[in-house]
Design a protein around this ligand. Structure first.
Ligand SMILES: [Mn+2]
Length: 365
């Protein structure tokens, strides 16, 4: 099924009438548009045949930026091909124009510009680069990305770590080029919104700035179907996944006045639920919604080994200290480790260490 964008009421004029109101980005400020490098604008204006690329294992920010850049080039009168080394996952096919993606360059395009989106380094584009190294070394590259770790690999690099998503930047780019955000029958706005939604987790992560919301406002005004995108990306699960979560959560244990909450996910659960390994994604975040938990742990059976996923409360136990004891790592609030022991043996060791760390927390005043 393809999602058609439907313009919101107050953006309902425009295309063809000459009465374009706000779809070029009414909510955006001149300062917002001023962040787009002039050299980038000139490169894209001057390009006639453009290959746009994103990283392998794509998610909506990658896909939306590659397709968005292609639609911008086309709106300016050029030719464009969107390339991603891996096929678009089924879960994202509800977004418009996903069939535009190729897994390799179009043989007869002969690009005069390559736009790389959402890649911290060029190698992230995957085998497209390995298989077409000559193309990437011959054709000028522009690099649009929001990862602070981006080292710069293009003739023009626009790395904006303040940006919540690459699609936030591409929205600014479209507006700076006066490309209407409702271009391609709404596909541009829908694609860009999906990237912003995924990278902000529905505007909930701290990376959501006032500018992110202005970008989202402009996209919404251009008809981006925000409710459907938010639902498909964050409030839709396969039934097998819900069943798997249920099997696991039915064994949940809360101890130590609720401060320690854990459960298990066994190999048998996947067979019972008819679920695949990818379906366990998100279970720990659901468990961590416990209102009492300082530390939430999932013990995931992995043959003879045990994988633990840990979430901890802001200002409380450092999850990397807990998982570090068992050779793992991650972030202070979200971390993991693998123990070379079955769940029954791994569990008491990890729980004892978690209890020790909880007990060491300062008493709340
Ligand atoms: Mn991103």
């Amino acid at each position: 099924m393809t999602l058609a964008a439907s313009p919101t009421d107050d953006a309902a004029t425009t295309a063809g009438t000459g009465e374009r109101a706000l779809v070029t980005g009414g909510a955006l400020t001149p300062e917002d548009l001023g962040t787009v490098p002039v050299e980038l604008i000139e490169r894209i204006r001057g390009a006639k045949r453009v290959m746009t690329v994103c990283h392998r294992d794509p998610e909506p920010d990658a896909l939306g930026s590659a397709l968005g850049n292609a639609l911008i080039v086309e709106a300016l009168g050029g030719r464009a091909t969107a390339v991603c080394a891996d096929p678009v996952p089924d879960a994202y096919h509800f977004l418009p124009l996903m069939d535009r993606f190729r897994t390799a360059p179009e043989p007869d395009l002969d690009p005069d510009l390559i736009i790389v989106g959402d890649c911290g380094e060029l190698a992230r584009v995957g085998r497209v680069l390995d298989d077409h190294a000559e193309l990437f070394s011959r054709v000028p590259i522009v690099n649009i990305n929001h990862h602070v770790s981006n080292i710069g690999f293009g003739a023009v690099d626009w790395v904006d770590a303040e940006s919540a998503a690459t699609c936030e930047q591409v929205t600014l780019l479209a507006a700076a080029l006066s490309v209407p955000l409702d271009s391609a029958e709404g596909a541009l706005a829908a694609q860009l919104m999906s990237g912003v939604v995924i990278d902000t987790a529905n505007f909930q992560h701290p990376n959501t700035t006032a500018r992110t919301l202005r970008v989202a406002s402009a996209l919404r005004e251009a008809g981006a179907p925000l409710p459907e995108i938010a639902r498909r990306l964050y409030r839709t699960k396969q039934n097998a996944q819900l069943k798997l979560f249920g099997l696991s959560l039915s064994r949940m244990v809360a101890s130590d006045e609720g401060k320690l909450v854990w459960t298990s996910l066994m190999d048998d659960d996947f067979a019972t639920a008819g679920a695949s390994p990818a379906h366990s994604e998100g279970l720990i975040d659901l468990l961590a919604q416990s209102e009492t938990a300082e530390v939430a742990i999932i013990f995931k059976e992995s043959g003879p080994h045990t994988r633990i996923s840990v979430r901890t409360r802001e200002g409380g136990v450092d999850a990397t200290v807990l998982t570090g004891t068992f050779g793992g790592g991650g972030h202070a609030r979200a971390s993991g480790a693998t123990l070379e022991a079955p769940v029954a043996d791994a569990q008491p060791l990890v729980l004892a260490e978690a209890r020790r760390l909880i007990a060491a927390l300062p008493d709340p005043a």
